[in-house]
Each structure stands twice: as structure tokens, then as C-alpha cells.
Ligand binder design. Sequence first.
Ligand code: HPA
Length: 234
Amino acid sequence: MTIHIGAEPGQIAETVLMPGDPYRAKWAAETFLESPELVNETRGMLGFTGHWRGNRVTIQGSGMGMPSLSIYANELIRDFGAKTLIRIGSCGGMQEHVALRDVIIAMTASAVSTPSATIFREFAFAPCADWSLLQAAAAAAGRREVKTHVGGIYSSDVFYDERPDLNEQMVRHGILGVEMEAAELYTLAARYGCRALAVLTVSDHLSTGEALPAAERQSSFGDMVEIALEAAFA
Ligand code: HPA
């Protein structure tokens, strides 16, 4: 039991999927895991442990933004022994060839700042995915119908962005999409010798302004969860 995770020692699996939304953790656990057990509800940040194809896995909400994710990822790694952490979440599409419902597998996660910026100071650390997970996720995506992109994303500190000029530069430099958590997850995984990846579904598009209707969000997120699970246990 830690400050933010009420699970008993041993109740968290070595492989953890991390959606931002705790209710998406519940949905994913009930949809994809055999006999999921609620292991955390501190602050309503639900976590479940169950089995997928015989492999033990936890699905734990991270909350929105890098400071929140950092709390959960730190405790999962340092106190509960998590070794493989895969973010599953939504992102905003940034390139023209990236459409709503597409999946993005984040090879790198750029950021203006992360909770780790105080360590790096002027140094621009390059947060990147674990190669074995990235490769396995790309292979898993290739076996499915869903259109998938592999490349760089950008982790922002704000959803309501006041820097259109920065987005222009991101687009110009080939950034596929924007979300708010992956850069810190990749940085923590590097620090503690864990494997990390972010598999994202495009839920809105920054240049067209389109967005998935709320009712459709859940159903189009299934591919992303299965790609993450297949990658984790490849
Ligand atoms: N910005 C930041 N995070 C997001 C977005 C976005 O447009 N869409 C989904 N997560």
C-alpha cells in the first residue's frame, strides 16, 4: 500500500496498462481480462488485476497529465515492482495523413517540460519507447485492420493550448499527435530500467477540429488495448 495506491503487496502485476481515465481502466479490465479484481480505488483512480491469455496484468488509471501519471508510475515501479508499463490513451492527431480512430505507436515523446525537468535542467533528454515493445506493437498492429502510425508524438502540459505557433513547429517536424503523459512515462522507465510504450487512439484532430463522439470513443479503443496486450506478452 502506498500513498496513492491501496493495493496490497503482490496485488499488482509486473505488466501494467495505464489509461488516463479510471473508468477506461474498468472497461478494459472487464472487456479483456479474465476474472479482473479491483486492487485500487484510492481517490477513485481505479486499478484492476486479472489475466490475459494466461498472463497476469494490471490495468491502472494514471489520471490526466504528466504530474499525475508520474505519481502512479513511480509507485508502481518503485513500490510494486512493475517492469513493463504501457500507456493506452487518446491523442489529438496533428498530421494530415493521421485520421480519427487511427492508432499511433509513440516511438518518441517530445515535451516542453516534464516533471523530470528539474533533473535535466538545460539538457534536452530524448524520451523514447522500449524497442522490444515498439517492435511487437507494430507487428500486432500489422495483423489488424486499424490504420497505424509509428513515430514521434508530443506530450503537452495543457489541453487548452495557447501556442498555435508551437503546434505548427510540431507539425513541421513530423510529430504525429499530441497527448499529455507519455514523455514522463518514458523518462521514468529509462531511470528505473523498465520497459515503456504508449499506444494511442486518435480521438480528435487539431487541424480539422473533428472529434470522436463520446459514444464511439470506447468502441474504437479496443484495437489499442489488444495491441498493447499483444506487445506486452510477445
Ligand atoms: N491535446 C492534448 N491531449 C489530448 C488531445 C489534445 O488535443 N486529445 C487527446 N488528448
